[in-house]
Design a protein around this ligand. Structure first.
Ligand code: LLP
Length: 421
């Protein structure tokens, strides 16, 4: 459920007409709903209420300071994967003890910054990283809390580019090697193992791969404890999928997921951490765009929008489907016709949808891309020198620009000329 609904014949974000925001901010732009963000975070928090837990929002999905502050205010921890994301979490007021540091390629600088500023744990992904972190922590006279991300070799049954839990993926350490790694960690004075981490992929629409992974993590917990290690936390990653097509999909709910965790791991006496990104932010955001031209091609009509692949890359990159709806509510039973919906960027890949059935649209009409809150703005670029589009946050009757559109001057001034030019 989200808070982008038609009211009085026009799409609203909570209590604000989307067209009103478009008139003030200009198109295209991203628009987020505070009520939806809050609802989604709370669903996870409640799903794990049966025991000690921390929901660490994976900010890679949408990392605007206003979004982070909204979630941090509800008690969320953060999952970060770079020094930049760590700095964003700190800037949003998240205490170090609620920040989990993930990622396969943490640099020494990133380790230092997180150790100095405070960190809940590093999720280690390789032996060289383990050695590097040990050395960095020792050089600072500190002990780094760590988990090892194990790769359970399960098929997450999702898009190949976002599956991470198979042995051929670059992520984690094969679960079969875990006991050996924990034995090595126990000997390292700069590291202290606090738990186990697993993340098998993103946009999972079936709980079965989770069940398999969690069972393996449960067995590993028992083995490691028998080996004498203290396992007090289990970080189960993120990945729960969202419905991208209205009315057609019913992925498992956070409550089902929480129940599965309880069934598979609830008896381990561990604090449970999860790292959801997409489910928190995805359906809490839309991208609003305007029709520039309706072009009649041979045998097909094109809707040429002012939004493009640089603003929302998911269709070009993953063949992802986003529902696209007119901001003005179509009459019940209105005629539908097929359009190829494209952006102005000079590539054929700048296509959002082919032969998509839509009510007839005209120049200047507004459309909204649904489910664009996660991996939308954060993956955008300024390709074709198209300025990064603004982000706007709604809260009830209020809205505010939370990232302004840069001017052409801002963009050009970021370049610097060498002395010889
Ligand atoms: N934890 C780790 C270690 C991750 O790698 C990810 C996502 C998450 C948590 C959050 O997963 P989520 O709950 O959002 O599924 N750009 C792609 C998605 C990439 C996901 C990368 N890792 C897309 O647009 O579909």
């Amino acid at each position: 459920m989200d808070h982008f609904l038609y009211r009085n014949g026009t799409l609203h974000a909570e209590d604000v007409p989307v067209a009103e925001i478009a008139a003030e901010v200009g198109t295209p732009f991203y628009l987020y709903s505070t009520a939806t963000l809050t609802r989604h975070y709370t669903l996870f928090d409640e799903a794990l209420a049966w025991g000690p837990h921390l929901v660490c929002y994976a900010m890679k999905a949408a990392s605007n300071q206003a979004i982070l502050k909204t979630l941090a205010g509800l008690g969320a921890g953060m999952d970060v994967v770079s020094g930049g994301e760590y700095a964003r979490a700190v800037a949003a007021g998240v205490p170090g003890e609620k920040i989990v540091f993930s990622g396969v390629g943490k640099t020494e600088e990133e380790m230092r910054a997180a150790l100095a500023g405070g960190v809940r744990q590093f999720n280690l992904e390789s032996e060289p990283e383990m050695e590097r972190l040990n050395a960095v922590a020792l050089s600072m006279g500190l002990v780094a809390p760590v988990t090892v991300r194990v790769n359970p070799d399960v098929d997450a049954k999702t898009h190949a580019k976002i599956a991470t839990g198979k042995s051929e993926n670059k992520f984690g350490i094969p679960i079969s090697r875990a006991r050996d790694i924990y034995a090595q960690i126990a000997k390292m004075k700069g590291l202290r193992a606090v738990g186990i981490d697993v993340h098998i992929g993103s946009q999972l629409t079936d709980l079965e791969p989770y069940r398999q992974a969690f069972m393996k993590v449960g067995d590993l917990t028992d083995q490691l404890r028998a080996d004498g290690h203290v396992i007090e936390r289990l970080d189960l990653g993120g990945g729960l999928g969202i419905p991208y097509t209205r009315g057609n999909e019913a992925p498992p709910l956070p409550s089902d997921y929480g129940q599965l965790i309880r069934e598979t791991l609830g008896d381990k006496g561990c604090e449970i951490e999860i790292e959801p990104g997409r489910l928190v932010a995805g359906n809490a955001g839309i991208m609003v765009s305007r029709v520039i031209y309706v072009k009649s091609g041979e045998g097909r009509d094109f809707l040429i929008l002012d939004g493009a692949m640089n603003d929302l890359i998911r269709p070009a990159m993953y063949d992802a489907h986003h529902d696209i709806v007119p901001v003005t509510e179509p009459e019940a039973g209105a005629e539908q016709r097929p359009y190829d919906i494209v952006g102005p960027v000079c590539e054929s890949g700048d296509t959002f949808a082919k032969q998509r059935m839509m009510p007839p649209l005209a120049e200047n009409d507004l459309v909204a891309f649904r489910s664009a809150g996660a991996y939308g703005a954060v993956m955008s670029s300024e390709y074709n020198t198209r300025p990064l589009i603004p982000e706007v946050l709604v809260n009830g009757h209020q809205f505010a620009v939370i990232r302004a559109r840069p001017s052409f001057e801002d963009i050009i001034n970021r370049d610097t000329l060498p002395s010889w030019l």
